[in-house]
Design a protein around this ligand. Structure first.
Ligand code: SF4
Length: 507
């Protein structure tokens, strides 16, 4: 079942078999769950649609992978216009004619196809580089590398060293992007060579799964989430209660799985004496009693911090994996928009919204507008202060001369989310979550994001990132409008929450 036979004298591969039954993706899927592998291969139509956030990760991986080609310029991409085994055949041809740097090089061995991001010929053999668009390596990346090495070496390529290259978390852009410094290469040759026997066994097992006459019986559980959320949950979980114990917040997957394995499917099924951390207990109690929790004194204390006149602020950041501007690190949060409602005695006095011009460094214009709009000596109310604090701290680092003004704004921040996160207010419709998108349907169900094209921060980030390189004026104008509507809805939601809490303590 060898994919290629490598003739060392001639320096070329001879194709013996161009078929394969496993790929890197299906192998990793099979390690997670045999049923997922079987469905992926034989019932692909059952896969759930790819969520926008995961698609964004794929796109990021593609961009970082393309950038990595510059580590070894002048190579040939074996995958252009081809798929599967044809890429392996093309790789064979390229090696045969003496190409020494190949991108997306394909290899087949033991019925497994892998695509190596970059292979580079050296005097000692070939170096293989697998590119990861993350700041650190994970167990899955090592599994991936072990399989790649097994297949590539098995196919006959003399592998000298195998590297996992990931994004360097300490890289800071200074002038033009320095691709060599942006990536951190980790030589994993010693590790990947140790697991040949294990991989051979796993490949054999997974091939047997694929050859089985029927779908393997695998119960749902913790494995449906790790290392990735399975894209067959729509099939396997369709009859499981939506309020299942895997939605309990504030406890780990292993604890959720423990409850599930004890026979508790719905949160309501948990016994009265169950030991849960505070947030999960509130969630359980909400399901059982269907009553809201109101701790008036704590809510009043927060409302006193806000007073009767305040600025309600929401900032949107985007986090490019590849730093685009001077002084930026990979994934650094860059503010590109904010919405600000001035609120007084329950009414909106003024609304301001800012959206940076896509395609330009947003920081300076953002800062000018932000300082001007937040200059009034009023409390600055936010929902989950972490994003705003990161924004302000990054701005202080970039513009230290304005530190005192920024610190003054930071000192006036009041975090509205604390009322919910502390359990001072809880509504069963929040389903254990304290995000703005979970709190609003509970207390202002008419104000929802369903009619908006942009429905969450991650979507806003993706849209703005796409607009960075957009040249179509209609697309730019439409995208701007969608982002502005989204930002405004966030602070309008905060107005509604603040007014709701005032009404609540007056009851
Ligand atoms: S949802 Fe769970 S049980 Fe079903 S295929 Fe995926 S991992 Fe396996």
């Amino acid at each position: 079942m060898f994919g290629f036979f490598y003739c060392r004298n001639a320096g070329i591969f001879t194709s013996l078999n161009s078929s394969y039954s496993l790929s890197k993706t299906s192998f990793i899927k099979g390690l997670q769950c045999h049923k997922a592998l079987f469905l992926y291969k034989h019932y692909p139509q059952l896969r759930d649609p790819i969520p926008a956030a995961r698609q964004a990760l794929f796109n990021r991986g593609h961009d970082v992978g393309a950038l990595a080609h510059q580590l070894f310029p002048g190579g040939v991409d074996a995958s252009v216009g081809l798929k599967g085994a044809a890429i392996a055949a093309k790789t064979q041809e390229l090696i045969a004619v003496g190409v020494e740097i190949i991108y997306e090089a394909g290899f087949i061995y033991d019925d497994v196809l892998v695509l190596a991001d970059i292979v580079v010929k050296t005097a000692e053999g070939w170096n293989v580089y697998e590119i990861k668009s993350s700041l650190r390596l994970s167990r899955t990346y090592y599994n991936d590398a072990v399989l790649q090495h097994y297949v590539i070496a098995g196919a006959g390529l003399v592998v000298n060293d195998f590297f996992l290259a990931h994004v360097n978390p300490d890289y800071v852009r200074s002038g033009a992007l320095n691709v060599q410094d942006y990536f951190q290469k980790v030589n994993v040759t010693g590790t990947v060579k140790k697991y040949v026997a294990l991989i051979r066994k796993q490949v054999r097992e997974l091939k047997a799964v694929l050859d089985a006459p029927q779908i393997p019986e695998v119960a749902i559980g913790e494995h449906c989430f790790s290392p990735y959320e399975c894209d067959f949950k729509g099939t396997c979980w369709k009859n499981i209660a939506t309020d299942n114990v895997f939605t309990l917040t504030g406890i780990g997957r292993n604890k959720q799985a423990e409850f599930f394995n004890q026979g508790y499917v719905s949160i309501k099924d948990l016994p009265e004496n169950v030991e849960l951390p505070k947030s999960a207990h509130l969630q359980w109690q909400g399901f059982v009693t269907d009553q809201e929790v109101v701790r008036t004194a704590e809510i009043i204390a927060m409302l006193e911090q806000v007073g009767n006149h305040a600025l309600l602020l929401d900032v949107e950041n985007f986090q490019p994996a590849i730093p685009q501007y001077e002084g930026c690190k990979p994934f650094q949060a860059l503010p590109f928009a904010y919405s600000l409602h001035e609120w007084k005695d329950g009414n909106i006095i003024k609304h301001r919204v800012f959206l940076a011009e896509p395609g330009m460094d947003p920081r300076e214009t953002f800062l000018q507008e932000f300082l001007s709009d937040c200059s009034a000596e009023l409390p600055v109310v936010v929902f989950d202060a972490s994003a705003e604090r990161v924004t302000i701290n990054n701005m202080i680092r970039t513009f230290p001369e304005l530190a005192s003004q920024l610190e003054a704004i930071s000192a006036r921040i009041v975090d509205l989310q604390k009322v919910f996160a502390s359990g001072a207010y809880y509504h069963p419709r929040m389903k254990g979550s304290y995000s703005l998108k979970s709190v609003l349907p509970a207390i202002a169900p008419d104000l929802n994001y369903d009619s908006l094209t942009v429905q969450n921060g991650s979507h806003a980030m993706q849209l703005y990132s796409r607009l960075q390189t957009e040249t179509d004026l209609f697309e730019l104008a439409t995208g701007r409008e969608q982002l502005l509507q989204y930002c405004e809805t966030d602070t309008l939601g905060m107005v509604r929450i603040l007014n709701y809490l005032h009404d609540l303590v007056r009851r």
